[in-house]
Design a protein around this ligand. Structure first.
Ligand code: FPP
Length: 232
């Protein structure tokens, strides 16, 4: 397929509303949202999308109730343990973005296991943004630059920041997708979004399937990207 986005990043919104509509607790929405995430990763990988980022937990999500935070952390660590086979079978390389240091030990352990086990895969790469914030990541990148060269006096360059982001081997996202009718960036991939295209859908994330992914990709393929220049 021509003009496929190389990297799609998803803001998976609407789990809570989905649960409410079904008369279920918010946790049921997150569980269903995770099933949708797996469905979309598989569908994206099948159509040849090389890089996927999923916004699973933001630096702001700690403001939710203690119960919801604990549920999400538990859901993430159980998913990584249970779905190791899914990633291995589909030759998917898993990486993590975000502040690793502040995560619960169980999540740290599972992230380390799955990223190490899949590090050699050359298929689709999935970046799990967990305890991720765009501003936080930029600060981390700048601090990495100074940690590597404490004596540094020269001005920090754009290239240095790009090379020191959490997931420096990922290209910038071509397409940012947000579900559930919201049109905000919510501190997601702030540096990398400079020239991203955006796609919004009213559908709640747990209801997403391949047809929604296809609609997002097809919208992207019809766009004329100029990167600040003139039409080609
Ligand atoms: C936003 O919906 C969703 C989240 C904060 C959590 C998303 C996490 C998952 C789907 C689990 C994915 C995990 C992996 C490892 C891929 P919301 O709760 O803000 O929904 P609402 O706005 O309707 O309340």
């Amino acid at each position: 397929m021509k003009n496929l986005p190389l990297h799609i990043a998803f803001i998976m919104d609407g789990n809570g509303r989905w649960a409410k509509n079904q008369g279920k607790p918010r946790s049921a929405g997150h569980r269903e949202g995770l099933t949708a995430a797996k469905r979309i990763v598989k569908a994206a990988s099948d159509i040849g999308i090389k890089y996927i980022t999923l916004y699973a937990f933001s630096t702001e999500n700690w403001k939710r109730t203690e119960d919801e935070v604990a549920f999400l952390m538990n859901l993430i660590s159980r998913h990584l343990r249970k779905e190791m086979d899914f990633y291995v079978k589909n030759r998917i390389r898993v990486v993590h973005s975000g502040d690793f240091s502040a995560l619960p030990d169980s999540v740290k352990y599972e992230i380390t296991s799955v990223t190490e086990a899949t590090a050699g895969f050359k298929g689709t790469a999935v970046n799990l943004a967990i305890n991720y914030g765009g501003r936080d990541e930029i600060i981390r990148a700048v601090n990495r630059i100074y940690d590597k060269s404490p004596e540094k006096r020269s001005p920090v360059t754009e290239q240095e920041i790009s090379e020191n982001l959490d997931c420096a081997d990922f290209p910038d996202p071509d397409l940012i997708v947000r579900s559930a009718g919201e049109r905000r960036l919510s501190n997601f991939l702030l540096w990398q979004c400079a020239y991203a295209e955006f796609y919004y859908s009213d559908k709640l994330w747990p209801d997403w399937d391949k047809s929604d992914l296809d609609a997002a990709v097809s919208s992207y393929r019809n766009r004329n990207r100029k990167f600040g220049g003139l039409n080609e």
